[in-house]
Design a protein around this ligand. Structure first.
Ligand SMILES: Cc1ncc(COP(=O)(O)O)c(C=O)c1O
Length: 364
């Protein structure tokens, strides 16, 4: 970090600013109306009710008793397993406890007073919050009518330091085409980095862009084990990029990674058929939910992910509050789409409760 950036951080912290550790759980908290009762339906934070797969749980149980040691080798084993699966060299993978940290660190490394952060609107807000914290300008570019990222408008920001593409997008659950991402990488301003956040890529079954990393492009791919792999509370994730890009974000991190998260992630990667099986489970529940919404003539954004945006035709906050009174906790509202609420796909039982509460709250 250069001296002026360091001084900027120092003066912000001295002025009482707190570090913006916003993740989905913290952001979900912001839309909560009260404490969530233990028996409530929680479809507010894009979590996976299936939890870790049995292989991951087994690996975690057996490593616990060795937890008195740092066991750095488990991090290297995880990095190698992910690198092999993605077709990149092991030094192109940096493990983290989830993907929130590399997202924050990349914002700190690649944006600042003279380099802006470019994101979609509505988009996942964590990067934008980090950019605001360090005083970088944020450009929120509205999604196109087909709900994909407007890569042409994003590439047209001349001082962009980091262009953030969430694919599929959070909150809409919609995809941006491979062709558009390739176009963006080829046409972005010189010196800027494209970050592709693939937190939900396995759920969508879309093609990843880790091959662009293998092709040495200015691309950082983010992965998390919090979604399809069901390890949000166990914490594992990675940044996948050229070593010179990883070198720029690594100095913001310190300390060992939780060995429970590392062994769980490795076991998840090795579990046969886990990805297609879970993708199908989520897809079936999503389609059943959409069939209900169609039948009842609700409007929603067609998603390929584990969440969707529902048009409630009135201030979404009111509906969130009314649903919470029915003990169904749905996701938040984005300021640019005030009449939409985000709903996570939960279990079949969760979605049955959601449907009953929605009919009651919407008076249909
Ligand atoms: C798009 C996106 N990126 C990153 C994250 C960070 O999650 P985690 O830190 O649990 O990996 C989330 C969490 O929901 C997310 O939705």
């Amino acid at each position: 970090m250069n001296l002026s950036r360091r001084n900027l951080f120092r003066s912000m912290l001295a002025a009482g600013a707190t570090l913006p550790f916003h993740g989905e759980a913290a952001l979900a908290q912001l839309s909560m109306v009260s404490n969530i009762p233990a028996d409530a339906v929680k479809i507010n934070a894009n979590e996976n009710p299936m939890g870790p797969c049995p292989e991951a749980a087994e690996a975690i149980y057996s490593v616990v008793k060795k937890g008195g040691r740092y066991l750095y080798e488990e991090t290297f084993i995880f990095q190698k397993a992910l690198a092999d699966q993605e077709g990149v060299k092991p030094n192109y993978v940096q493990a983290y406890a989830g993907s929130s940290l590399p997202l924050h660190h990349a914002v700190m490394a690649f944006t600042g007073a003279a380099k802006s952060f470019v994101t979609a609107d509505p988009g996942y807000e964590a990067g934008e919050r980090a950019a605001q914290f360090i005083g970088a300008k944020v450009h929120g570019i509205p999604l196109r009518p087909d709900y994909s990222h407007d890569v042409r408008k994003m590439a047209a920001i001349p001082d962009a330091g980091l262009i953030y593409i969430c694919n599929p997008n959070n909150p809409t659950g919609t995809l941006t085409s491979r062709q558009d991402i390739e176009w963006l990488v080829a046409n972005k301003p010189a010196g800027c980095v494209v970050m592709v956040d693939e937190a939900y890529i396995h759920i969508a079954g879309a093609q990843a862009v880790t091959d662009l990393v293998a092709a040495e492009k200015d691309v950082i791919v983010l992965r998390t084990f919090s979604k399809l792999y069901g390890m949000a509370g166990l914490r594992a994730g990675a940044a996948i990029a050229r070593p010179d890009l990883l070198e720029k974000i690594r100095p913001f991190h310190a300390g060992a990674l939780p060995v429970t998260g590392m062994v769980g992630a490795t076991a998840s990667l090795r579990a046969p058929n886990l990805v297609p099986e879970r993708r199908k489970i989520i897809k079936d529940i999503r389609e059943q939910t959409f069939a209900f919404l169609d039948q009842r003539k609700f409007k929603y954004v067609p998603s390929v992910s584990n969440k969707f945006m529902l048009d409630v035709g009135r201030p979404g906050r009111e509906v969130i509050r009314a649903m919470a009174a029915e003990k169904v906790y749905i996701g938040r509202v984005w300021p640019s789409w005030p009449n939409y609420v985000r709903v996570t796909i939960g279990t079949r039982e969760d979605m049955a409760s959601f449907q009953a509460a929605l009919l009651k709250v919407m008076n249909t």
